[in-house]
Design a protein around this ligand. Sequence first.
Ligand code: FES
Length: 309
Amino acid sequence: LRVAELTREAGNCVLLTLVHARDGTLPPSEAGAHIGLHLPNGMERQYSLLHAAAEPESYRIAVKLDPAGRGGSRYLVERVSVGDVIEADPPRNNFPLREDADTSVLIAGGIGITPIMPMIEVLDAGQKAWTLHYAARTRSEAPFIEALQGDPRVRLHFDDQMGGVLGIAEIVNSAPPKAHLYCCGPGPMLAAFEAAAREARVPPDQAHVEYFTPKFARSTDGGFSVVLARTGGEVRPVKGQSILDALRAHGLELASSCEEGICGACETRVLEGIPDHRDAILTERERQENKTMFICCSGSKTERLVLDL
Ligand code: FES
């Protein structure tokens, strides 16, 4: 992708408009989807797309400078210029919108607003009801505040003005029974949302989360074997290795991006055995079904795991 436009947004953010570097067509972008960027500094990072389109002419992303981060956001905020070409993975959606839901309750914290923006677009186009609870530490740290404020469906919460963080349980408890709930924000907000949804017995299929940071530590203790059903062979990850590491050491070329269980690029079908799920993507139901796993971070609860590889 080529950087076609670069503008500044509130909260130490840059907005990047990315077009096909060779004037080709871009794959469709759904609400909630993200793209993976392979940065020239060797980092791979995922960014939510700000617009949904069947035939997009460009992708737009917002990148917030994270001073404590590992350098991905710093590179994009401080070093990227118009005209630069960045290798990218096609959109992937781990946070899809249920467009048929009559009511949606959207909860965003800070830069977590990014996947919510195209959801609002799509819900408006379908004339569906929604409310947005948008929280940030301060008003100046809230990207897209100009576009959102003043809409009666948007409730703003600034921690410095309210003397504390957004009351997630209250929002979840007061949601209409059939509403679909979506939350994207920092780890503590997501944990509070998941706890509140469990407590309020929101059906798991109606509570959706998008993590930007890992939810669990990666499983790298080894002590089990991985059988490759299609290509044959058996691999035993050793201490310090993920399944992905062990398979690569065995000579397999496998897709990955974040290697932290948040992007979905390494999803692999499980044919036998019970994974030790460490990703932030699968729903509770999917975790129990054990039909699929993310081999960059998850391990095995059984001595033997048979994968569709
Ligand atoms: S590489 Fe991102 S989930 Fe595994």
